[in-house]
Ligand binder design. Structure first.
Ligand code: CA
Length: 223
């Protein structure tokens, strides 16, 4: 389960990161608001720990921008100030919960568990997946690349969803066959190549930067 920590205080960020890694979370750290925002939009995090006082863009603004883009990522805001006013503006900006610094690690962990338990953020309910210029909406079954609507058949949609959920990971033809079509060993794996080509024509053909790549002898990767 991937967690993003947006915190510029190196010591605090590393203590949280170390503790959460030990609990089995996969942790990434963003040292400023701009980096945090782009990482949150690009990768599939399950939760973000967001400090209010961050360089470049502050935490409140990061949260507002995130919500403007309709990202459903749960946000746990950290505030050093602890005044009611700061907590209110944190929650107004779209944060789901807050923690006042300094806090004990067990408190942090408890808040994280509680946020992850909230049904709305169940992995299967996250309704948007982003990858660079590509945005897939799982609820409306629509795909946009650079704001342009790309119309896909249901198989192409499932294939792209699978690539998006495994971005930067090489998927073999067998894996794709299994995940997208359901296991069917009678089916020739070239059905995968055929559909990858269909998808390329729609997602990559009209764009300079190609996202779907063939890894010779291995399979395909979205990167
Ligand atoms: Ca800070």
């Amino acid at each position: 389960m991937k967690i993003l920590i947006a915190e510029d205080e190196v010591a605090l960020a590393s203590v949280m990161s170390k503790g959460l890694s030990e609990k089995g979370y996969e942790v990434s750290i963003a040292p400023d608001g701009q980096t945090a925002l782009s990482m949150a939009l690009q990768y599939d995090f399950r939760l973000m720990i967001l400090d209010v006082m961050l360089p470049v863009i502050n935490g409140l603004e990061v949260c507002r921008q995130l919500r403007k883009k309709k990202a459903v990522l749960p946000v746990l805001m950290l505030t050093a100030l602890g005044s009611t006013e700061n907590i209110v503006s944190g929650l107004d900006s779209g944060a789901d919960d807050y923690l006042v610094k300094p806090f004990k690690f067990v408190e942090l962990e408890a808040r994280i568990r509680s946020l992850l338990r909230r049904g709305v953020y169940d992995e299967n309910v996250i309704d948007k997946i982003h990858f660079g210029p590509v945005e897939m909406n799982l609820a409306s079954k629509t795909v946009y690349r650079s704001g342009k609507l790309i119309s896909l058949t249901s198989t192409e949609f499932r294939l792209l969803e699978c690539l998006l959920r495994n971005q930067k990971k090489v998927l073999s033809r067998m894996e794709l066959l299994e995940k997208v079509w359901g296991v069917d060993f009678n089916m020739a794996t070239n059905v995968v190549d055929v559909y990858v080509n269909y998808l390329r024509k729609k997602i990559d053909k009209d764009f300079e930067i190609k996202l779907i790549h063939t890894v010779v002898g291995m399979g395909y990767v979205l990167k």
